[in-house]
Structures are given as C-alpha cells and as structure tokens.
Design a protein around this ligand. Structure first.
Ligand code: URA
Length: 215
C-alpha cells in the first residue's frame, strides 16, 4: 500500500507537473490513472475511467465517479446520466466535443446486489486520494472555467458540498480557478415528480448555458 498523501507532496508534484506541462503529459497522467492503486476502489472496479476531451478545452466538466456503463466501457458520462447531460448540453449550446469531461473519482464504487451493481457515493478519503489526479488534469488542461456537477465534484474542488442548493448557478473562486456550481444530472433522473423534474431540468439547462457562455 502507498504511504498516506501529504499536502506538501501534492503541492511539490503539482509544481513539477506545471513546469513540465507538455503535450505528452496528459497522456502520462492518464496512463498513471489507469494503473492507480492509491485507494481500495481499484480492486472491484473493471478499470479506471480517465477524462476525455481536448487538452486545451476552455471548459472542464467534473462529475462524481464512473457509473456502471462507464466502468465497463472506460469512458466518462456515456451511461444514462451522460446521455441526459448530452441532451441538455445540446439544448443549452454547450458543445461536449469542445469540453474536457472528467470525474472527481476515477473508479466506480458499488455494492453488488445479485447481478446488479448499486452505485455508492465515494467517501471523503476516496475523494481526497483521487484529488491528486483531478489537480493534475486541471494543471494540464488549464480550463477557463470548471463546471462542478454535484456534491462530490463540489467537495473535491471547494472542500465542502454544504449548501449546494443555494450555491448552484454561481461561480466560486477556488484554488483551481473559477468553479460554476450545479447539480448532478443523475439527480434529475431520480426525481419522481414530473413537474419538479421539469423545473430542475430547466435550472440545469440554465447552468449549462451559463457555463458555455463563460468558457
Ligand atoms: N456519473 C458521473 O458522475 N460520472 C460519469 O462518468 C457517469 C455518471
């Protein structure tokens, strides 16, 4: 097992990364992500899912963690939540192809129930360990704006997810640069009430439109 991460080690390595931010570095980081064993989530997961998109994207979208489909395919946001994101992004004028799409945590965390793999939210320690990679991605892509989708992304990028409902739609200044706060698209999928879902979808669309406009 790896020794615990220390803040000064992260900072030192990030400084190195910034200094050597060449075209190959994102590939190097992604190769390291694929063989990451920094926390226990790497055991049950099929594979790590790296970010995807142009290395000079003005907008970085950060989700929580790969879901079942992402874990099997190795690509971020391609399952139900990803499809909903794509649909609303298109309506909002946000071009996913021009965006770097990634997750706060790179391995799928789940509980096996019969044949089904039930999503489990990553804990603070897992988010903290995986932040190493998110920091490297931000340092290399250098986005103008980061869209934090949901509590886990918000926790990773700002240190707290408290008050997310009040914070959504706003841009916060962070160590990673400006972060626009929104909810996770899977939240929309879980809303049972149609009119509530329509209202929340409208807010989500407005957040994506704002992200597209600012980036
Ligand atoms: N949910 C996420 O947060 N990320 C994905 O890649 C898929 C679903």
């Amino acid at each position: 097992t790896l020794p615990p991460l220390r803040a000064e080690r992260i900072t030192a390595s990030l400084a190195d990364l910034r200094a050597t931010a060449t075209r190959d570095s994102l590939e190097t980081v992604n190769a390291q992500i694929r063989s990451c064993t920094r926390c226990a989530l790497c055991g049950p997961a099929t594979q790590a899912v790296t970010g995807e998109g142009p290395r000079d994207a003005a907008l970085m979208v950060v989700g929580e963690q790969p879901g079942d489909v992402e874990d099997r395919t190795g690509r971020p946001f391609v399952g139900p939540a990803g499809q909903l994101f794509d649909e609303i992004a298109a309506q909002a004028g946000l071009d996913r192809q021009a965006t770097y799409v990634t997750n706060a945590v790179k391995h799928f965390k789940f509980q096996q129930r019969g044949k089904r793999r039930m999503h489990q939210a990553p804990n603070q320690g897992e988010v903290q360990h995986c932040k190493w990679w998110l920091e490297a991605e931000v340092a290399l892509v250098k986005p103008k704006l980061i869209l934090a989708m949901g509590g886990t992304a918000l926790l990773a990028l700002t240190g707290t997810k408290d008050g997310i409902l009040k914070r959504r739609g706003q841009v916060e200044d962070t160590a990673y640069g400006p972060v626009l706060v929104t909810l996770h698209p899977s939240y929309l999928l879980r809303l049972p009430d149609a009119s509530l879902r329509a209202a929340q979808t409208e807010l989500f669309r407005a957040d994506l439109a704002q992200a597209a406009q600012r980036a």
